[in-house]
Design a protein around this ligand. Structure first.
Ligand SMILES: [Zn+2]
Length: 252
């Protein structure tokens, strides 16, 4: 790990703590928060604190344009990278993913600002609860249909959730998703719950997994509660079904 000056992080934290609280930050206060964020950027354990520092800079009205640009660039780099990992996520090799086709995808070009939830509209056997390969097969089927019928470079969603509450790694967050129609995909994380929720709600396990994943994505990427939406927010579609749409409303 790069660490130019090991004493710098505690010294900056300490200096910042001793500054008087006021709504208008001085140039040097902003500079201290920026330097602190830049020192912490490469340390995974300090990611949350680093995000908070950049956000602090952007929230203050006094920073100079060059400082704002540094904060924006730092935040974009942090939130764009694929360093995000949700504990317990089933990796692509474990569910038997086909290799992604980079030439058919667009790099994630902006910060993640939205989370859009879908359903697969296909029933999943209740055997999924005791047999994880049923879940793997369902995820492979979604990927295969996206790649062969729609010509996508990978499954269109970044995450999938099965009725047993397993979370699957979909398309890497290095890439923009393909789930919300054209430009709507920019900065938009796609999650698909396996099943059809027009006639009944997702299982309790799937709802709990969705809730945990969405919470983690929201805090990792600073996404507001009102920006967690169903597919029908973007276009005229029944997706993600009446019952899942009602579940999402409770997130607000
Ligand atoms: Zn959808």
């Amino acid at each position: 790990m790069r660490h130019g000056n090991p004493g710098l992080v505690p010294a900056l934290r300490d200096w910042i703590r001793r500054q008087p609280r006021s709504n208008s930050a001085t140039y040097w206060q902003v500079e201290a928060h920026l330097r602190l964020a830049e020192e912490m950027r490469t340390e995974p354990d300090l990611r949350q604190e680093c995000l908070a520092e950049y956000r602090w800079v952007l929230k203050h009205t006094t920073p100079r344009e060059s400082q704002q640009a540094r904060a924006n660039a730092g935040l974009a780099r942090l939130t764009r990278d694929s360093g995000f990992h949700y504990p317990g996520t089933i990796r692509r090799d474990a569910w038997g993913a086909l290799a992604e086709l980079p030439r058919e995808m667009d790099p994630a070009s902006s910060m993640w600002k939205w989370i859009t939830v879908h359903h697969s509209a296909m029933p999943v056997s209740t055997k999924v609860h005791e047999n994880q390969t049923v879940g793997h097969q369902a995820v492979r089927a979604v990927q295969a249909s996206h790649m062969s019928s729609r010509g996508y470079g990978d499954v269109g969603y970044h995450f999938l959730v099965d009725p047993a509450g397993r979370v699957y790694e979909g398309r890497s967050l290095k890439w923009q998703g393909a789930h919300a129609k054209g430009k709507n995909n920019v900065g938009n994380i796609g999650i698909c719950l396996l099943g059809n929720f027009e006639n009944g709600p997702p299982t309790r396990q799937a709802q709990a997994a969705l809730h945990g994943l969405v919470g983690s994505l929201r805090s990792g990427f600073a996404i507001g509660a009102t920006r967690v939406v169903g597919h029908s927010h973007w276009t005229s579609t029944k997706c993600p079904g009446r019952h899942l749409t009602a579940v999402l409303r409770r997130y607000r």
